[in-house]
Structure formats: C-alpha cells, structure tokens
Ligand binder design. Structure first.
Ligand code: PMP
Length: 436
C-alpha cells in the first residue's frame, strides 16, 4: 500500500529538529516529482513552482541534459578534491563569462560558506578587519555570515566577531532616510559613509552587498547605487564583495546582476544556489591579485571536504552550459518585461499591493494595509498563501513581502497561468482585505 502524505510528514516530524525552512511546513506537501516548472505531490496534485527552493532551479527541474551529465559523473567518480577534467572545464567556462580581472575561482558547498571565505579573503588581502553590510541584507546563517545580516534574524545569536557595521540599503519604497529617489541623489550612500567614518576604527576591509536584496523581499535598489558603493569602497581602500548567491546565473536577466552596470566592477563575487541546480555548490570568484594573501591563500586554508567535488563540478558545468546554450539569462530578461507589465497592473488594481517590482524573473510584491505602508498581517498573508496553493502555485507568499522565483526556462503559458492564479487569489481576497 502506498505511504500517505500524512504518514510521511509524521514520520519526519517525529525525528527532526525545529528550525527548518518555513515553506516546508506551510506547504505541508510531499513532493513526488518535478519537470521544468511543474511539481507533483504524492497525492498527484500538480503545482507551478514559483519557489524553486529559493531560486535554485534556473534551468528547470529534471532537465534531461543535466540528469545525463550528473549521472555520468556519478558513475565514474564523485569524491574528493583532486584535479578533475570536469572542474577544470567549469573554471574555464565560468572565467570566459566573467570580466578578465575576476580571474580566480574557488568552490565551496553552501552560500554561507562562500561568504565566510570571501570575508576571510578580504581580510587577508587588505590586512584590515572591518566589514560593512546593509540593513535588510542577508548572507547566510553561519556565525560570521549572520554577523553581516542587517535585521532581527540575528537577535540573541551573539556575540559575533567584532568589526561588523550595518548601514541603510537603498530601499526606496521605505526609504530609511525618508527621502525620495532620484532627488535624494543616493543620500543613503553619503549617510553610510558618515556611519563608517564615525562608527568604525578606520580599518574597513570590505563592503558586502546583494545587488538585489533577496531574503528581504527582492528589494531592488535604483540604478547607479552599486556604482556609488564601488566608489565608497574605493574611498576607504576597501574591497567590494557582491553577494550574487540569489541574483547569479541569469536570475536578473543577465548572467550576473553586476553586468547590468559594468562600473560596479566588484573585487569578489559570491555564487551559490542556482549554480548547480540543486546539488550543493557555491563559489567565490576574485581578482587574481587578491588571493595570495595569508591565511586565505595558504595550502588547504580555503579548502573544504565537499567544495568543488566532482559531482558538484559536473552539476555546475552542466548548469552553466544549459544556461548559455538555451540563452536563459536573455529569456529571463524578456519574460521579466511581461512580468513588469503585470505588476504595474496589480499596483493599479489592488489597493493592498503597495509596491511591486522585478529584475528579470526575480520578483517582489509588497502587501500593505490599503492607504498605508503598514505590512499586511501574517494571518492575512497566510490566507493568500493557502489560496494560491489551492490554485496550484507554490510561492513565498506567506508574509507581506512576496518573493517569486520561477525557473528561467518556464514556458510562457505556465508563467501566465501562475500570474493569473496570483490575480485570481488577490481578487478572491480583495473584499476581506479592503473591508476587514
Ligand atoms: N547569500 C544570500 C544572498 C542568500 O540569499 C543566502 C541564502 N538564502 C546565502 C547567502 C546563504 O546561502 P546558503 O543557505 O546556501 O548557506
């Protein structure tokens, strides 16, 4: 007799620790199989996947070429850090797609681990120790990465390593300085500079920033912001580390988000999530002249057990080839244009859609109490999440900042179908939200 969903969930719950991804329990489904943008649960219900494990599956689920490449590697060799043909090819291909100055790559297993390595590299390269990060920024949950977070997720987790400074991000819908873009002339950068000058000990090794703040709700800064941070870093002799763990590999309509403003010119870029389409792989890419500093560059100092192992390398190589051959970054940009039109109509139609924006297929929708900027309460947003699931869409729609990450390979009719489901959900709930 097939095992029921309830039985499987119960079996796992009996043994697991708390603190897992909230999406798991909110959705409560047992996934059976998936193909491109579609997912089926154990009970045979079909969903469109606008979640993709938080933007991990840019090439779509179960891509046949990806399955074949990973299976091939699994069948031959999967363990250890020896030189492999597959990793050398990956480094070569990735390098060919990066600016020449970002000539060095090292692989790890998770985004947090790569962030930790980027900080270590910055400290070794500059001989300085302080790191500037941003309100609302998120870089992972290991202790060093968490110290860079600008928000309540780190509450009661200290003490953290000293030398971490958080400054306001260019979150224009809720400008922390109560200014308006563009007349503000990026005053938040000037404010950050004052904070650094008054709050640091003058020993800034790096500024680390997400080109679009993912965990904070897919918050898109205005054009020119990253370039202004580049200049800020230069004025302080600090490196600019871009955390492209979510924005990388085509999500924002170019292979990497920083390409959209070449003057951003990062010194180090952190990669993860979609890099290997589900197999644990992350990386830092760095300016070649920065990597020899010790302790970072000492033998074994940057190594980890699984970093760059043959299976992860095969998955990463296959993913990148598919992204490039199928022109998925370009597709993300193109589909993103039609998403933008939809979002604009939502802001028009629904008084509780306070703000909505996207870069490529990285989409954020902010729900507020009509006539205000107060976030919609959780009991309401949980209702939206459930309605959406009933209509067959999985998305991070369980709190007031909705985050949408479909595969970049999603067929257009599935994208439309999913956005229609959002619209139908908003319409169905409109009365109860506007006249509670
Ligand atoms: N950086 C960013 C921008 C992230 O969004 C995340 C994860 N959400 C991380 C780093 C950490 O990645 P991981 O969960 O793989 O450790």
């Amino acid at each position: 007799m097939p095992t029921s969903t309830a039985h499987i969930v119960e079996r796992e719950k009996q043994h697991r620790l708390p603190g897992g991804q909230s999406m798991t329990d909110l959705a409560g489904i047992v996934v059976d199989r998936a193909l491109n943008a579609e997912v089926w649960d154990k009970d045979g219900k079909r969903y469109l996947d606008f979640f993709t494990g938080v933007g991990v599956c840019n090439i779509g689920h179960s891509h046949p070429r990806f399955l074949a490449d990973v299976n091939d590697q699994l069948g031959s060799f999967a363990v250890g850090t020896f030189y492999t043909d597959v990793r050398s090819r990956y480094y070569e291909l990735l390098s060919s797609r990066l600016p020449e100055r970002l000539g060095r790559i090292h692989m790890f297993s998770t985004g947090s681990e790569a962030v930790e390595a980027a900080v270590k590299l910055a400290r070794a390269a500059t001989g300085k120790h302080e790191i500037v990060s941003f309100w609302g920024g998120f870089h992972g949950k290991t202790q060093g990465a968490l110290s860079l977070h600008g928000g309540p997720r780190k509450h009661r987790s200290g003490p953290f390593p000293p030398g971490s400074h958080q400054v306001p991000y260019a979150y224009c819908y809720r400008c922390p300085l109560q200014l308006e873009h563009p007349t503000c002339d990026h005053h938040c950068v000037g404010f950050a500079e004052q904070s650094i000058e008054n709050g640091s000990v003058g020993d800034i090794a790096a500024i680390i920033v997400e080109p679009v703040q993912g965990t904070n709700g897919n918050i898109i800064p205005p054009r020119g912001y990253l370039r202004a941070l580049r200049q800020l870093a230069d004025r302080h002799g600090a490196l600019l580390i871009l955390d492209e763990v979510i924005t990388g590999f085509g999500r924002t309509g170019s292979l990497f988000a920083f390409e959209q403003d070449p003057e951003t010119a990062p010194d180090v870029v952190v990669l993860g999530k979609a890099m290997a389409s589900g197999l644990p792989a992350s990386a830092i890419v760095s300016r070649a002249d920065l990597v020899e500093g010790t302790p970072f560059g000492a033998p074994s100092a940057a190594a980890s057990t699984f970093g760059g192992n043959p299976l992860a390398s095969a998955a990463a190589l296959s993913t990148l080839r598919i992204l490039l051959d199928e022109e998925l970054p370009e597709r993300s940009r193109r589909l993103g244009e039609s998403v933008s039109r939809r979002l604009a109509s939502w802001v028009e139609e629904f008084p509780f859609v306070g703000n909505a924006g996207n870069v490529g297929l990285m989409v954020g929708v902010e729900l507020v109490e009509p006539g205000s900027k107060r976030p919609l309460p959780k009991d309401v947003t949980r209702g939206i999440f459930r309605e959406l699931m009933a209509r067959g869409v999985l998305a991070m729609a369980y709190d007031s900042r909705i985050r949408i990450y479909p595969p970049l390979s999603i067929p257009e009719h599935h994208l439309e179908e999913g956005l229609d489901a959002f619209e139908a959900t908003f319409r169905a709930m409109s009365d109860s939200i506007t006249r509670p």
